[in-house]
Design a protein around this ligand. Structure first.
Ligand code: SAH
Length: 406
């Protein structure tokens, strides 16, 4: 029965982005409106990319004004998913960004927080068409998202957390620790923001921006659900990249089947080394997750989902890009239905790692191919747009700080 109470709820509201059409209909009714208002909201949120309630002129003005006055629950205040149980890795970085490093939320559009949209704080365009956005959250944090065009494709590289606790040595995001995990609307908003900035529909989404998706997996699955259901994307065009968190991969497979009905997105595992010793050197948190256990969990993932796993392997000049590393990697993956994606290192300011030589990249690729490992090389995109994970945010935040204290 639709509610007959015409007064809007006086309690704090959750952002609307991330809700499906039935949920928006029910929400509209809970606000004393007819169900079709929910369908209008769905159309304006997902098809037309509305950023403010003012833009949704089909809604009655008096209702829009009432809604604007209602408080909105802060992101991250919802029910924690099962991954909240995973206390790993042990506290790296600070959970709270010091106040002086927060940006001032500034002017927002009316109802922007209720809709669940962010603010574009900065845009950086590379010569090759790659577009990187720095987005501001309602609580004054910032996240990166990147649009990468390639022919017919437009891939959005989304963040799943603000910062990251994993502290991989070659990664700019890891240098600042974790501030918090993102909410569903904050992930979907990134895809809409890139669509708006680039004037094209994204065809692919990769969870390869800031953060470790497996430390926020319930939210990531809900975001995948929304991207498919409400934005019409196909699961097969979505990739989830993880550096590996103990005991989470089989759970991810089962939860994906439960939640999405099938697990057709691609799981990419950041391996980066053919043995435990070298892997720990590059990824200090890997000391609690032996490489054999990680591979065993990948096998279980394949068994549960029926999908092959791809492995990412960053090539660091002189460190893990030698023929012996390629041979060891081929041996490690023997008999495993997988695909290896080689990623030449994108230099970051804080570390002295070297980019691999083109000859070393080619030799590595050939050696894997000769040993029947399916392999591809990811070409670097947008190097002039601070392409490496977390770089734009670090540069802009430094500039904001400099500005603040000068
Ligand atoms: N935490 C997840 C997803 C975010 S990082 C993960 O680790 O997989 C996405 C990919 O970018 C990972 O494979 C990561 O190792 C890689 N990456 C991070 N910093 C990089 C850099 N400076 N150069 C090249 N690749 C980098």
């Amino acid at each position: 029965m639709p509610s007959t109470d015409l007064r809007p709820q006086a309690v704090a509201l959750t952002p609307l982005l991330g809700l499906g059409v039935a949920e928006l209909e029910a929400w509209a009714q809970s606000q004393g409106q007819p169900a079709f208002r929910g369908r209008q909201l769905h159309d304006w949120l997902y098809n037309r990319g509305a950023r403010s309630l003012d833009a949704i002129s089909v809604l009655p003005k008096a209702w829009r004004q009432r809604l604007q006055e209602l408080p909105v629950l802060p992101a991250g205040s919802g029910t924690p998913g099962p991954e909240a149980e995973v206390r790993w890795p042990p506290a790296h970085g600070s959970p709270e960004l010091p106040r002086e490093q927060r940006i001032t939320p500034g002017e927002t559009e009316p109802g922007q927080a209720l809709l669940g949209r962010s603010r574009v704080l900065h845009r950086s365009d590379a010569r090759d068409g790659t577009c990187k956005l720095l987005l501001g959250t309602v609580d004054g944090l910032s996240i990166e998202t990147v649009g990468i065009p390639s022919g017919e494709r437009l891939t959005v590289c989304v963040s799943s957390q603000v910062g990251c606790p994993m502290a991989c040595r070659f990664c700019a995001t890891g240098k600042g620790g974790l501030q918090r995990s993102l909410a569903v609307h904050e992930i979907v908003d990134q895809v809409l923001s890139v669509r708006e900035a680039m004037g094209r529909r994204p065809s692919h989404v990769v969870f390869m921006g800031m953060g470790e998706p497996l430390l926020n997996s319930e939210v990531v699955l809900a975001a995948i659900d929304c991207l498919c259901r409400d934005l019409g994307m196909a699961q097969r065009q979505i990739t989830l990249s993880t550096v590996g968190v103990p005991r989470t991969l089989p759970t991810l497979a089962e939860r994906a089947l439960d939640r999405l009905g099938r697990a057709q997105f691609t799981l990419a595992v950041s391996l980066h080394a053919p043995d435990q010793r070298l892997r720990e050197e590059l990824i200090p948190t890997a000391h609690t997750y032996p490489i054999e256990d990680l591979l065993e969990d990948c096998r279980r993932y394949v068994t549960i989902t029926g999908r092959r796993v791809s492995f990412e392997y960053i090539l660091l000049g002189g460190l893990n890009d030698q023929p012996r590393h390629a041979a060891a990697l081929a041996a490690l993956l023997r008999g495993f239905q997988s695909h290896v994606n080689l990623i030449p290192y994108n230099p970051i300011e804080e570390e002295e790692f070297q980019r691999p030589s083109p000859a070393a990249v080619e030799a590595f690729r050939r050696l894997l191919g000769a040993r029947h490992v399916a392999v591809s090389v990811r070409t670097s995109r947008g190097l002039d747009a601070d392409a490496a994970c977390g770089q734009l945010r670090r540069r802009i935040m430094t500039e904001i700080d400099r500005h603040k204290f000068s």
